[in-house]
Design a protein around this ligand. Structure first.
Ligand SMILES: Nc1ncnc2c1ncn2[C@@H]1O[C@H](COP(=O)(O)OP(=O)(O)OP(=O)(O)O)[C@@H](O)[C@H]1O
Length: 318
């Protein structure tokens, strides 16, 4: 079902200030979708509306065929994981995860809680108080607590941003694994394109409350359509062509050492496999990346370069 979650013409405002005008998109059952965009573009506001923490000014929200626009948060079958973990500090991992089920007077509580704790890899910590866990572990408790009530949709707001690089990778694997095993539909918010690329089946890129492009990770990475999307996905060189159309190149797509143009090396940053050079040219500054095992340039060197058309992505206006 391609519209398991369906937002239709949603307008979201704080008082008179419209944060998200007329937003529509749909998400398939079991999909893992990233809402991506810079700070202030309306990602969190959109999540709050799906969760029922904010009433839309107009438009509707459907989940699994049911109009939830005017339903209370607790009636929507939506789980929420925020970057601040909001766990009960005086309760153990077990008690934190069991809380929602106990409130609902559910059956098989022990079994379900233990399964949820195992699914996030915390079985060895079941009886520990949550303040005695690392940030990454607390994040996983928060995830287990949301999962245990078997929501139809799991909303995750910047779920990885408080974690260091290694834990982030670990958490990405946990999330992917949960998606595979439970088939839960997940929407997560991030401002980090690499996180969206790593995790999402589909990326919805937003700017000023409006969707500028959506597509698979590959589509977004390889074929951004606008200057904004190109810039967001690391096409650091964007120039107008003679035909008036903007074209974009990644630093690695610039040929250095040969070509019709000339520039002067302004600076270099070493990135392990590559050195990235900032080069002053007649067109302004460009960035070119060269494999680190090739000879390097130094500041002030004159260098020839090319902007190969075959490597360029042509952009729409706007
Ligand atoms: N409580 C509020 N009152 C008034 N305006 C708000 C409120 N919360 C958010 N906004 C405004 O709504 C817009 C969207 O904010 P939102 O938090 O949804 O963005 P975001 O993309 O999630 O950003 P971030 O990544 O910084 O969290 C911004 O212009 C913001 O200033």
């Amino acid at each position: 079902m391609s519209d398991f979650v369906k937002l239709d013409k949603l307008t979201l405002a704080y008082g008179d200030v419209v944060a998200v005008p007329d937003l529509s998109f749909s998400i398939g059952k079991g999909e893992l979708v990233a809402l991506l965009g810079p700070s202030g573009c309306g990602k969190t506001t959109t999540m709050r509306a799906i969760a029922g923490l904010m009433a839309p000014k107009s438009g509707s929200i459907h989940i699994d065929g049911r109009d939830v626009t005017n339903l209370a948060p607790s009636k929507r079958e939506v789980g929420l994981v925020f970057q601040s973990y909001a766990l009960f500090p005086h309760l153990s991992v077990y008690e934190n995860v069991a809380f929602g089920l106990k409130m609902r007077k559910a059956s098989n509580i022990r079994e379900r809680v233990e399964e949820a704790i195992a699914s996030v890899g915390l079985s060895d910590f079941t009886n520990r108080l949550t303040p005695d866990l690392s940030g990454g572990q607390q994040q996983r408790v928060s995830l287990a607590r949301s999962l245990v009530v078997e929501p139809k949709v799991l909303l995750l707001d910047e779920p990885l941003s408080n974690l260091d690089a290694r834990l982030r990778l670990e958490m990405q694997l946990v999330l992917k694994d949960i998606q595979r095993r439970t088939g839960v539909t997940m929407i997560f918010v991030t401002h980090d394109q690499s996180e969206a690329l790593a995790l999402a089946d589909r990326i919805v890129l937003m700017k000023d409350g409006v969707i500028v492009q959506e597509g698979s990770a590959e589509e977004m990475y390889n074929a951004p359509r606008t200057r904004f999307a190109a810039d967001f996905f690391g096409f650091e060189n964007i120039f107008p062509g003679d035909d008036g159309q903007d074209r974009a190149w990644r630093p690695g797509a610039i040929t250095l050492g040969d070509g019709p143009f000339e520039g002067q090396i302004r600076g270099m940053s070493f990135g392990g496999d590559y050195r990235t050079y900032v080069i002053d040219t007649e067109r302004g500054q460009i960035k070119g990346a060269v494999r680190a095992d090739l000879p390097s340039y130094k500041e002030g060197d004159k260098v020839r370069f090319d902007l190969p058309m075959a490597q360029a992505v042509a952009l729409d206006a706007g």
